[in-house]
Structures are given as structure tokens and as C-alpha cells.
Ligand binder design. Structure first.
Ligand SMILES: Cc1cc2nc3c(=O)[nH]c(=O)nc-3n(C[C@H](O)[C@H](O)[C@H](O)COP(=O)(O)OP(=O)(O)OC[C@H]3O[C@@H](n4cnc5c(N)ncnc54)[C@H](O)[C@@H]3O)c2cc1C
Length: 400
């Protein structure tokens, strides 16, 4: 558990007065370090793993156009090869009603972008190095093994796997930002959906024309994201069958995917599958005494609507604005303003994700009719469509 720091700025390190410690050197931690640097605030990143291991992330991410704008501001977007999503097709299996969101209707080049998480992390990493930001790899912060509380700080540089005590870090810096990728057990609220996501890429018989699909079925949602010439697949399955689905041979997996998805696309080859457990975990309050939690450390969401890292980038943007304008980055009023600024967006993303899971999970016929009517209404009402698209792109900023 984190050790609460004093609310007064630390006295023993006057040169640290505007420095922020970032625990976790994943994509959120690196994006925050860059954002703070752009506001003239120095950061020191503590990462438990080897730096090269952080770049090995097999996921494919769908990012909104709002996220693209933040990554452009951080100076990394031009290094990425991302596939544009021009249309999002939403439907339910076994029921009427479907809706299409189109970039052209909003006068946009793309509703979102699909890219390899590993490529994004490598670009952030290169920018962190180029900016001269201190990044301490193999440095776990916290009391979990292999950390031995009280490891002398003087020895830490010499050790290959160094442990920094959480209390020491929070006492040394005026603000500690936790971007450690998970909500600590017991620290927040949680909901287990009883589901896993099975991920892979598939080759198609015909071009995808930059159309993404979100298809809801009683076994869980299936998302297809245009990724180069292929589709990145997120197939949601019950916990009880996920390992079995991931282990199916290619032909059997393609047949299952085709049955779940329907006939709008024909799949001809699939890459090896990986399964991830899914759940919702979040801290109702993302700030504490001289501490703040961002990204997956503040909220870990079901990937159904591709919101996780998009939300993390909006956390980063808001925190950098607040801290950049403050003399003391960890002052209670700075953190309170941050928490206030993020409240509607965090709640909205959590509620929206839950609504998609719960609203589309049941195969109960009357509910299927209601959902069909909802999708139809979305398709027939351009202002509603524009609102939903903007909500997914810009988060709470889409509210009038
Ligand atoms: C199947 C799946 C699909 C997804 N698809 C999408 C999508 O399409 N779009 C989207 O926006 N999001 C998506 N997400 C969410 C997205 O992947 C996450 O939001 C994002 O990776 C979180 O980044 P992070 O830096 O917060 O956490 P992480 O990537 O987990 O990084 C945390 C880092 O902290 C380090 N660390 C942990 N503990 C300590 C410690 N004590 N001391 C020091 N370092 C520590 C870890 O080693 C790690 O490197 C998806 C997630 C899943 C599971």
C-alpha cells in the first residue's frame, strides 16, 4: 500500500521542487513524462521491467482522433503507421437494427486509427530518450517481491533489479504519479465480467475499405479493426471457454469467428491467438496526498469500446495542464482541480462500457427488440450519431 506523504512539499530536496516521480514506464507513464516536459516540468520515471521488455506489447490499439491530436502534440504521431477507421458498423447478431458512424459525415479524415501497441510504445520511448528524461528501468517501486523495503538508495544504481520503497519515493518528490498499469488490490471498486478477450489478426478474402465492425452477440462482443490489409480481432468469450478458443487450430477458429461475426466479411487466415482476462477496476478518487493515479492504474476497462488508452491520454493531458500551471505540482488544490476535471469523462467511459456489455449481453427477445430500435434510432438520427461518435472521439468534451 502506498505510504501517504506529507501534504507540505518535501524539504530535503529543494531541487526537486517542480519534479514529478512517475511509477510505471509503460505508455501512460512515458506520455506523461513527455507532456510534463512540454510544460517545463521535469519527471523521473521508475519502471520495474527492462526497458526493451516494455516495448514488447502484442496488442493492437484503436485510438480516437482525439488521441491522435494528443500524440501529435507529444511529437510522436508522425513516427507511427496507423490505419484510418473511416466507418464504424455496429450491429447485433440475431436481431434487427444496425448503425453506421461515418467520418465523412463529421467532416473528418478518420473516426479513429488502428496501430500496434509495440510501435506506439517504441515511438514514445524514443521521444523520452531524445528529451533527456531520466528513465530508471529494472526499478520496481513498492513492497512486493523482489523488493526489500529499505534498500539503501546509494546501492540502487549498481543493482540490476533495484527496489525503491514507495514511501521513500513519495517523500522525495512533491508529486508521485502512479501509472503502474493496474489498480492495486483493495484500492478500488471492481467488477468481474467473467470474460476473456481472444486477440489475433485475420486475412480477408476482400478489402476492408477501412470499415471497423462492432458486433454484439450473446456470447460477448466481437470487434474487427482495419489493421494494414488485415483485421485485428477482439473476440470476447466466457472465462470457461477462452483457453479452448485460443487453442483451436486455425481452421476451427476461423469457422467459429465466421459463425459469431456473420457473412459481411470472409476470413481466410488467422495469426496465433492470445487471451487476456477482462474486468473493470477503478479508483473512485484518482488523487491522494501528493499522489495521483492515471491510465490503467486509475481505471482498467473492458476493451469493448477501445477506451482504455484513449482515456489514459486524456488523463495525461489534464494532469499536465494542471501541474504545468502550478508552482507546487502536488498541492492539494492542484490535485483536486485535476480530479474535478477528469470526473465526468472517467464516469462516462466506465458507464458507457458497462452499458455496452450489459445492454447487449442478454438474448431475451424483448431486449433484442429494444436494442434493435436503439440502433435504428442511431442510424436515422444524424445528431444522435454525431454525438455518439464525438463521445467516442473526445470523451466528456463531447457533452454540449
Ligand atoms: C485486450 C485488450 C485490448 C485493448 N484495446 C484497446 C484499444 O483498442 N484502445 C485503447 O485505447 N485501449 C485498449 N486497451 C487498453 C490499453 O491497452 C491500456 O489502457 C494501456 O496499455 C495502459 O497503459 P498503462 O501505461 O497505463 O499500463 P501498462 O501498459 O500496463 O504499463 C504499466 C507499466 O508499469 C510498470 N510497473 C508496474 N508496477 C510497477 C512498480 N511497482 N514499479 C515500477 N513500475 C511498475 C509495468 O512493468 C509496466 O511497464 C486494451 C486492453 C486490452 C487488455
Amino acid at each position: 500500500m502506498p505510504v501517504a506523504a506529507e501534504t507540505a512539499p518535501p524539504k530535503e530536496s529543494p531541487n526537486n521542487s517542480r519534479q514529478v516521480a512517475i511509477v510505471g514506464g509503460g505508455p501512460t507513464g512515458m506520455a506523461l513524462a513527455l507532456a510534463l516536459k512540454l510544460h517545463g516540468v521535469a519527471a523521473e520515471v521508475f519502471e520495474a521491467r527492462e526497458r526493451a521488455a516494455v516495448r514488447r506489447d502484442a496488442r493492437v490499439l484503436a485510438l480516437s482522433d482525439g488521441a491522435r491530436q494528443i500524440l501529435e502534440w507529444l511529437g510522436v504521431w508522425s513516427r507511427l503507421s496507423a490505419t484510418p477507421i473511416e466507418t464504424i458498423h455496429i450491429s447485433q447478431r440475431g436481431g434487427f437494427g444496425r448503425s453506421c458512424l461515418r467520418a465523412a459525415e463529421l467532416d473528418m479524415r478518420a473516426l479513429g486509427w488502428v496501430l500496434a501497441a509495440g510501435e506506439l510504445i517504441a515511438a514514445l520511448d524514443a521521444a523520452v530518450s531524445a528529451a533527456g528524461i531520466v528513465y530508471r528501468e529494472n526499478t520496481r517501486v513498492g513492497a512486493a517481491p523482489p523488493c526489500v523495503p529499505g534498500t539503501p538508495l546509494a546501492r540502487r544504481e549498481a543493482e540490476s533489479r533495484v527496489c525503491r520503497d514507495r514511501g521513500q519515493v513519495t517523500a522525495e518528490f512533491p508529486l508521485t504519479a502512479f501509472a503502474e498499469g493496474a489498480v492495486e488490490p483493495g484500492a478500488g471498486q471492481m467488477r468481474d465480467y467473467g470474460q476473456h478477450a481472444v486477440l489475433c489478426t485475420v486475412t480477408l478474402a476482400e478489402s476492408h475499405h477501412n470499415v471497423a465492425f462492432e458486433r454484439f452477440t450473446s456470447e460477448g462482443p466481437v470487434a474487427l479493426l482495419p489493421y494494414g490489409e488485415r483485421y485485428a480481432v477482439v473476440l470476447t468469450c466466457a472465462d470457461t471457454v477462452a483457453a479452448e478458443v485460443a487453442a483451436l487450430d486455425e481452421a476451427a477458429f476461423l469457422a467459429l469467428l465466421q459463425r459469431r461475426f456473420g457473412s459481411r466479411q470472409r476470413f481466410i487466415a488467422a495469426s496465433p491467438r492470445v487471451a487476456y482476462p477482462l474486468g473493470l477496476r477503478y479508483r473512485p478518487n484518482p488523487v491522494g496526498a501528493r499522489q495521483v493515479w492515471l491510465g490503467n492504474a486509475a481505471q482498467t476497462l473492458h476493451p469493448v469500446a477501445g477506451q482504455g488508452f484513449n482515456l489514459a491520454l486524456r488523463d495525461v493531458w489534464e494532469l499536465a495542464q494542471q501541474v504545468g500551471a502550478a508552482a507546487d505540482p502536488g498541492a492539494p488544490q492542484v490535485l483536486a482541480a485535476y480530479a474535478r476535471g477528469r470526473r465526468a469523462d472517467r464516469r462516462g467511459a466506465i458507464g458507457f462500457t458497462d452499458l455496452l456489455i450489459d445492454g447487449f449481453a442478454s438474448d431475451f427477445a424483448p431486449l433484442r427488440q429494444v436494442r434493435g430500435a436503439g440502433l435504428l434510432a442511431l442510424d436515422l438520427l444524424p445528431p444522435l450519431r454525431a454525438f455518439v461518435a464525438k463521445r467516442m472521439i473526445y470523451g466528456a468534451r463531447a457533452w454540449p
